[in-house]
Design a protein around this ligand. Sequence first.
Ligand code: ADP
Ligand code: MG
Length: 476
Amino acid sequence: MSDLHIVKWDACLKVIKDNLPLQAFKTWFAPIVPTKLENDVLTIQVPSHFFYEWLEEHYVGLLRKVIKKELGQNGRLEYSIIMENNSSNSSPHTLKLPATNRGALKNAPVSMPYSASEPQIRNPFIIPGLKKVHVDSNLNPSYSFENFVEGDCNRLAKSAGYAVAKKPGGTAFNPLLIYGGVGLGKTHLAHAIGIEIKNQYPNKTVLYVGSEKFAHQFIDAIKNGTTNDFIHFYQMMDVLIIDDVQFFAGKEKTQDVFFHIFNHLHQNGKQIILTSDKPPVEMQQMEQRLLSRFKWGLSADLQTPDLETRIAILEKKMYGNGIDLPSDVVEYLAYSINTNIREMEGALTSLIAQASLNRKAITLELAKQMIDKFVKNTAREVSIEYIQKVVCDYFDLEMELLKSKTRKREVVQARQIAMYFAKKMTKSSLANIGSHCGGKDHATVLHACRTVNNLAETDKQFKVYLSDLEKRLAMH
Ligand code: ADP
Ligand code: MG
């Protein structure tokens, strides 16, 4: 039973062989692998998109005949194509396409808005009655939920994303707009949602596309007179993920076409997921009617991850790559690069590369040298957390205590010193410094700074503390 597809395809091959020159048979039919037979649909795997097109162009008549002969009137053929994917993620994707007939094609020539460098999905089969098209979703399998570390900074966005993935189009979060600064995980999360939807609902058509690519495709479509095809293609999605919609700013025509696509999808209960580097209220040069639609669903922001989350992200990344680093190195990385996860990952990668090229052990020393070079150009400022860490190490205190509300004398003093350096060395507001140091308000921080200044003038020992700490902090 389970081998029926092989038996049937063998039978087809016999007929085909009789009808073709041997060379043609060897070239175009020998490499085909039958993969399954379900509900009269025989799926065959072909090595490339080109191969598929060639078969459709030259042998569709013959194929149709033999399929009818071997599988009966309802028999159909579906291709699965091993994607020619030369990107780094080389897990074999397959793209399934229903076989069709060239005659029908001529009447409905739809060219898909994809550039040639992409895995091809120039799939022209938007013909009523034909099986639904399978589109390559452009999802990066490593950007999964499993690889996405949860923290306070992203909890809302992550759980909203997860809810959407479980019930695409069926929650109030439509559209789901994920916004936040550079390198904070917007793209990762957008992919994760798409991947999860594909896992749960393999038949849903999911498409991830960057907004710039969308805009370019649209311009091409205008040039080629295929805007209708462009619109139809996008309106066909069950789940449309558009990354970095802020790039639509000022592009009126693109906004216009997106508006129509958006409406169509939304009205039909399809899920829309958008990302942006800012919330809707701050998007300039975006049509009001689009902005108001962005607010229909849920806007969830990604914030800068706290220290623990940053460490967890680094550890996950290392674990995924089979790398083990001393924990002081990991902490140092997480302490020093505190705004952008992409940069932090970049630093980790350079560090590993450095160490293996020079055959050096990865030590804290090496990490420090490397980080200094790595972030030289970005005029890095120390983070409050780094200051806290140095102060805690110096006074041999638990970081937890410093961040707590406790009023134990030695903690209070260390906390005040941390506040003082935070005010001096970072651009953080007093309120922000206070919130990092036991949830104090700005007046408390101001008071701490004054106290430290006073003590520095009157207390010799205290002055020594300060200058020691200053040296340590300067070394970071
Ligand atoms: P954005 O699109 O917001 O600029 P990305 O999604 O490209 O940021 O994320 C930058 C890098 O940081 C990616 O390698 C991503 O995997 C990683 N990253 C971001 N957030 C997380 C997280 N919560 N857990 C694990 N990795 C993350
Ligand atoms: Mg991004």
